[in-house]
Design a protein around this ligand. Structure first.
Ligand code: HAM
Length: 417
């Protein structure tokens, strides 16, 4: 038997209901906020992610699926969407001329992480990116939009964490203070953190190792180092949020694992998710468009992990996945009548199925039940000669004989549509 690679899932029909609920809700909310869809490629030249996410990030150093094409060029399966959307935005002369450009996307992402519940190697995100919006209102808009999506899908037990990681003007002073603080306790750091101290000290705050947690307690706080511009921006984002339905908690340790962020960072976390507790995250990235060769363009965005949202919605009743009608026949001419009725009912908009291979009522009714049909429509020899069919409500068991030429009206009345 052939099997799938680790950390990669098949999604069978029983999970499709909840998946569609999440993506349909996200699409509805994106439309309400005037975001339009962009479809980005599944693979890019590796340089897009190296330059976009930062050479020292975990994603770039150890999690990318990278390979050479036949021409010897290095390609990578996208580990996230932001770098691709920025590349597309900069490359496209029409959209990058708009004063503000609001885009959303959805699809699979690939990271070679150690698989566990909620952490996959192929997972799905939806996300949004807004270009040309430096005002703190736009940070609020992005956060509020994700908050709306979470609430509308039925996720309510979560915390919204926010922080500011400053800008290239004020962050170096903070990083210096952080380096000094941690240098004094270098011998207590885990192996990864010892190397973070050399390469990217900000990331020390992101360490998940138990032994490193107590060390963070007295670490310098970025909020004491913010320049006036960053402080005012941060205060303003919080003021917008305070007036909205999105309750937030400040977390000065929230630095995020990607290098492109400036100022606002945020995460939606739920304790029910365990170790991988963020189901959506994002922030502002005012310098990335320029890094990709575009003109200076402030930007902010977020992405949500669809599989993690599914875990949070595990107990939510899923919209019924069954069909409307199942046609039951006894073979021969009754099957012919059933096939033509089936085509007609599908044209009328009813999901309809039949089984041509069996004549026994019992097995056909069993199948109708298995398919979650609401009504069975029976055509036996008697019905065929009388020009009727028997409509059976599979929940109540109620049966009615109906003339075939008025069957659509009858179904309409029964199903209310
Ligand atoms: P991220 O925090 O790397 O941010 O990913 C966003 C979300 O994707 C996470 O909160 C999580 O729910 C989900 N996720 C990430 N990795 C995995 C995985 N291995 N398995 C399952 N789910 C996962 C970004 O990707 C940024 N591009 C967000 C952003 C957009 N920032 C600005 N704009």
């Amino acid at each position: 038997m052939l099997s799938k690679p680790p950390g990669i899932e098949d999604i069978f029909p029983d999970r499709i209901g909840i998946r569609n609920l999440i993506t349909d809700t996200a699409r509805d909310v994106f439309r309400l906020y005037n975001y339009r869809e962009i479809i980005i490629p599944v693979m890019e030249f590796t340089e897009v992610f190296v330059r976009g996410l930062g050479t020292d990030t975990d994603i770039v150093t150890k999690e990318m699926f990278t390979f050479e094409d036949r021409g010897g060029r290095s390609l990578t399966l996208r580990p996230e969407g932001t770098a691709s959307v920025v590349r597309a935005y900069v490359e496209n002369g029409e959209y990058n001329r708009l004063a503000t450009c609001k885009l959303f996307y959805a699809g699979p992402m690939f990271r070679a992480e150690r698989p566990q519940k909620g952490r996959l190697r192929q997972f799905n995100q939806f996300g949004a990116e807004l270009f040309g919006g430096g005002d703190p209102y736009f940070d609020f808009e992005i956060i509020a939009m994700m908050d709306d999506i979470a609430k509308r899908t039925g996720i309510d037990d979560y915390t919204l964490l926010i922080n500011s990681i400053g800008c290239p003007a004020c962050r170096p002073d903070f990083v210096k203070a952080l380096t000094e603080y941690y240098t004094g306790m270098k011998h207590l750091l885990c192996r990864d953190c010892a190397s973070r101290l050399e390469r990217n000290p900000l990331r020390l705050l992101d360490c998940k190792q138990d032994s490193c947690q107590p060390l963070k307690k007295d670490s310098p706080k970025i909020t004491s180092f913010l320049c006036d511009g960053c402080r005012n921006h941060h205060e303003s984002v919080k003021a917008y949020l305070s007036k909205s339905a999105a309750a937030f908690t400040e977390d000065h340790l929230l630095v995020r694992g990607l290098d492109y962020y400036t100022r606002t960072t945020f995460e939606f976390v739920a304790t029910r998710l365990g170790g991988q507790n963020a189901f959506a995250a994002g922030g502002r990235y005012d310098n990335l468009v320029e890094t990709f060769g575009g003109k200076p363009t402030p930007a902010v965005g977020f992405a949500a992990g669809i599989e993690r949202m599914e875990i949070l919605l595990e107990e939510r009743p899923v919209p019924a996945a069954g069909i409307d009608l199942f046609l039951v026949h006894t073979g021969g001419k009754t099957l012919e009548r059933a096939v033509s009725l089936c085509s007609m009912l599908r044209r009328e908009g009813y999901s309809t199925d039949l089984d041509p291979g069996t004549k026994g009522f019992k097995s056909q009714f069993k199948k109708a039940d298995r398919e979650g049909a609401l009504l069975a429509i029976v055509i036996g020899e008697d019905e065929l000669s009388a020009g009727t069919c028997t409509v059976k409500d599979l929940k109540s068991g109620e049966q009615t004989t109906v003339r075939t030429d008025v069957i659509v009206g009858h179904i309409y009345n029964k199903l209310g549509r």
